[in-house]
Write a protein that binds this ligand. Structure first.
Ligand code: SF4
Length: 120
């Protein structure tokens, strides 16, 4: 089976062609570096993504606080994670990289603030 991927590990976005047999990667073409190979192998095994979103914040300069997971989580869990995150409401002030929620869906990834926010 042949599959095509666009590498998301850096802004170059290499177009990578992969041949897979019995779930095993047998050839990879088009990547400019080893990161592309790692990305494709992970995509074939179990796609992972960093989740970037916002949570509600009480008494902050803005109504929403930008957040992301501190490591990629399985792509299959993104929707469920968004449901959990939509229930979160934090209180200002918040500092950048502060942990907002620990171990999202037992993935080992924490949700962290991607900016500081003062009280209004
Ligand atoms: S293969 Fe390497 S150079 Fe190409 S997009 Fe991925 S990380 Fe960037």
């Amino acid at each position: 089976m042949k599959k095509h991927f666009t590498c998301i590990m850096c802004p170059i976005g290499c177009e990578i062609d992969v041949e897979i047999e019995n779930g095993e990667v047998i050839s990879i073409k088009g990547n400019k570096c080893i990161q592309g190979e790692k990305f494709v192998r992970q995509e074939v095994k179990s796609p992972m993504r960093v989740l970037t979103t916002t949570v509600r914040i009480e008494n902050g300069e803005y109504a929403m606080l930008p957040v992301r997971t501190d490591r990629p989580i399985p792509k299959s869990l993104l929707f469920k994670a968004m449901e959990e995150i939509s229930k979160i409401k934090v209180k200002a002030p918040v500092r950048m990289y502060q942990i907002i929620a620990k171990d999202i869906l037992q993935t080992g990834a924490n949700l962290v603030a991607t900016r500081s926010m003062k009280k209004k």
